[in-house]
Write a protein that binds this ligand. Sequence first.
Ligand SMILES: [Zn+2]
Length: 160
Amino acid sequence: MEPTKYTQFTTDEKKLIDYAKEKILEYCKKRKSEGLYDTIYAFILSENDQIYEGTFLELPSGVGFCSERAAIANMILKETEKAKIKVLLVACPVPKSLDKPLTPCGACRLAIEKFGTEKTTILCSEFIRKENGWEIFPKIWKFKIEDLYPFPWKDPWKEL
Ligand SMILES: [Zn+2]
């Protein structure tokens, strides 16, 4: 399936996009002022209309974890593991706008499937550091979890 670049969004998606834009700018400015590079952020709008955030945990030996799972853990902290994702947005810093979406890794797809529904939308975007600021979300790609993870892993003793 060839991914589609979307310009039409639901009210919920717009709410998360606007929130994420503002927050990414805030976090990027802070990191730049500390002499740091830009990093990856994930945002979730839960079924309860609460917003959660996460960033990439980078550790030596590759034992860190991704922004999407960090945001999901924050959602679980507040709402328990009964929480569901309505919209998830992940945004990655890039040197220039890409022709293809940067989508969640396999581990994150598993987590999104577990805490999502068939209606959950996954928005994948990017942002670019420029001389006078940042260009945030020059394009946004939209998926359902079924597009990214059509045959999800299930515990055969519990879920099949
Ligand atoms: Zn991941």
